[in-house]
Design a protein around this ligand. Sequence first.
Ligand code: GLU
Length: 304
Amino acid sequence: MLKKNRIAGAFAGLAVAALALTACNSGTPGAEPGATEGAGGAAETPWTVATDVTLEGSPTFDKITSAGVVKVGVKEDQPGLGYLDPVTNTRSGFDVDIARWIAASLGYDEDKIEFQAIASANREQALVNGDIDYYVGTYSITDKRKQQISFAGPYFITGQGLLVAADNDKITGKDALTADDTVCSATGSTSIQRIKEETQAKTKEYDTYSACVEDLKNGQVDAVTTDEAILIGYAAQAPDQLKVVGEPFSEERYGVGIAQGDTAFQTFINTMFTDGGSTWQAIFDKNLGASGVKATQPQVDAAD
Ligand code: GLU
């Protein structure tokens, strides 16, 4: 039994060895990594679709089993993390692949996943209502949210940053913001709350960060604030117009949002993250590796 097989980016060379080792790790819930050919010759994935999965005492798993589909809440306007290509109608991103890996570990392939875009402000309610089985979309673990839902993870750690126009040399970081600046962020996010609490800047809110980015490009706002991993994705799409500035000024620990108190499901996902071998790293490398986002897989926190 492999006890600890997290692979940090710097040790990617160990991935092959870990892959071989985890293949013996059959007690893990569907988490064995390994390139596989999906139905219809789909692209290779670093996870396999598990078979004969059972999960005692999980209301979410029971619901999924009777529906025959997995309902997943995601973002779809955050390149590199959660993105729906309007031309090809395909979803991509680190979070989307984490969501697919969870579904595969439960025994459900791509064609049995129903993705639903849910804005930051509506995540808790969607989980409380049972509209979705789980949520994977730059969702920070916070005590306030834990009053309504539970989290598995963390599976990723980033920090809040600022995105400004490429030719802006005045806003160099959070401390350079003044009452003359207007900063845009998403309603219901930790980002909008922190910028209100910790700066004098005026704020503007939308449901999505992409709406803020449009305003920034049009000169309607001076900066967009949210997690650096998100901002880097927007900057990469328009490097002549946008840049990320300053040091990150918070710690955002991303969790998988699940129904409150479904500890069996929480343990299942946490075990997947812990025993998943090189799968996390493969998902990171594929989606964020080239972006300049720096991260290693965080240790799962049983207290979440
Ligand atoms: N991670 C932060 C949050 O959960 C900001 C990103 C988002 O809104 O998804 O509030």
